[in-house]
Design a protein around this ligand. Structure first.
Ligand SMILES: *Cc1c(COP(=O)(O)O)cnc(C)c1O
Length: 442
């Protein structure tokens, strides 16, 4: 396969390199969120100068077709006119008040209309904050301490969630980050995704002391892995049976895979299906810092100032962020939006699969709405361990070859990709052609 031309920084005098050096002097690793540093794939991160539609331009003026879209929020592409107009108008009215606004109600009304399992919600500023608060609320509402999560699912970087599986179902988790005391994760049980027998065993041991089960219904932080319908059905049944709250982390999938989120997709296969709580972020802010958690009225009324579970935020429900989110939700609510987005995304995964197969490269892919994953594997993985069997040097060569050709995929094999409504058929064709050239060794 073709060698990377971008990983050797010693000869590189590009502005990206200069900026990276400057950044590294002051910001740990030169970045404000780790995956941006290209640590997994090697090379110099691209510093973005500006973005428009499906593209962004780096500090050297090179254009890329953007398949990250800020890790999910930019479902309309960059700089959508209706969103820009709403934000410009909001900015003129003030940046932040620390007092309630009508726009927060409008956004809440919009979300409740689109996601029927949510009867009440609270707005916050990041997915991490939303997930952390949802878990506190679940514990407060049930009076129980334990939580269940799944290996490979990411729910933000709250202490209790930075955890990997312990040595058995009785031992609970081990921290995955320095700085997290073992006592803080001692109530977090980590299970294998899509493993029904293990799930049943865990509930029989710990069901009565567990507050919630939190899951990415379509996991986007181990590339793209769907929870199988039988697995999800069992999650719902066991939660109901044991009084455990089922928390859907739809920070990535919410308004991304379908207008009603991943839960609307499971509801098609499992009659009456809904989670007890939902965590949202990314798309609901349209690129601004905005997230939310919501659920049944009975649970949400446990939150301060009504109930005993404390939660707060200086910038929560920020007037500029809510304007951006509302304008985004109004655009994606238009008829036919997800059909078109889903088709466009599928044309990418189908195209990539076709050229890989023609070149004899082991490859498979999946997508839902504007979210996709592809694997250098012979079949779609069902859990984190299988995702991580990917030949990572091969992935890294693919990543850099595509980057050279002006296609920006996530710089790690365990991340999902995103297509926006601004991506054209020509963008997809350019991308597939670039992949075909790489697979053919050109
Ligand atoms: C991105 C993400 C988060 C964290 O959101 P931040 O806004 O980065 O804090 C939580 N859960 C899932 C599923 C995510 O994809």
């Amino acid at each position: 396969m073709a060698p990377s031309t971008n990983s050797d920084t010693s000869l590189d005098t590009s502005r990206n390199t200069v900026l990276f050096e400057r950044a590294r002097a002051l910001i740990p690793g030169g970045v404000n969120s780790p995956v941006r540093a290209f640590k997994a794939v090697g090379g110099t991160p691209r510093f973005v100068q500006r973005a428009q539609g499906a593209y962004f331009w780096d500090a050297d003026g090179k254009r890329y077709i953007d398949y990250i879209g800020s890790w999910g929020p930019m479902i309309l592409g960059h700089g959508h006119p209706a969103v820009v107009e709403a934000v410009q108008k909001a900015v003129l009215e003030g940046f932040s008040y620390g007092a309630p606004t009508e726009r927060e109600i409008e956004l809440a009304e919009e979300i409740v209309k689109l996601v029927p399992s949510i009867e009440m919600l609270r707005l916050v500023s990041s997915g991490t904050e939303a997930g952390m608060s949802a878990i506190r609320l679940a514990r407060g509402a049930t009076g129980r301490s334990k939580i269940i999560k799944f290996e490979g699912c990411y729910h933000g970087h709250a202490d209790a969630l930075l955890v990997k599986a312990g040595s058995g179902l009785a031992t609970f988790g081990n921290p995955t980050s320095a700085g997290v005391p073992p006592e803080v994760v001692q109530h977090t049980l980590v299970l294998e995704y899509n493993h029904i027998a293990q799930l049943e065993e865990a509930f029989s041991l710990h069901g009565s002391s567990t507050a919630c089960l939190i899951i990415e219904p379509i996991a986007g932080n181990m590339n793209f892995v769907r929870a199988s319908v039988p697995f999800m059905k069992r999650c719902r049944e066991l939660c109901t049976q044991h009084g455990v709250l089922l928390v859907f982390d739809e920070v990535m999938t919410g308004f991304r895979v379908a207008l009603g989120g991943a839960q609307s997709i499971y509801a098609k296969s499992i009659p009456g299906f809904k989670p007890d709580m939902t965590v949202l972020g990314k798309v609901i802010g349209g690129g601004m810092p905005l997230a939310a958690f919501g659920g049944t009225r009975a649970v949400m009324e446990q939150l301060a100032p009504l109930g005993p579970v404390y939660q707060a935020g200086t910038l929560s429900g920020n007037p500029v962020a809510t304007a951006c989110g509302l304008a985004t939700l109004r655009e994606i609510s238009k008829p036919g939006f997800y059909e078109a987005l889903g088709q466009r995304t599928r044309s990418l995964t189908d195209g990539l699969t076709q050229v890989a197969t023609q070149a004899g490269v082991t490859f498979c892919a999946d997508s839902e709405g504007g979210m996709f994953g592809f694997f250098l594997l012979d079949k779609l993985p069902q859990n984190y361990a299988t995702v991580m069997t990917t030949d990572s040097p091969a992935f890294n060569r693919f990543f850099h070859a595509m980057l050279d050709k002006g296609v920006y995929y996530a710089p790690a094999l365990y991340e999902a990709g995103f297509v926006s409504s601004a991506h054209t058929a020509a963008d997809i064709e350019t991308t597939v052609d670039a992949a075909a050239q790489f697979f053919a060794g050109r």
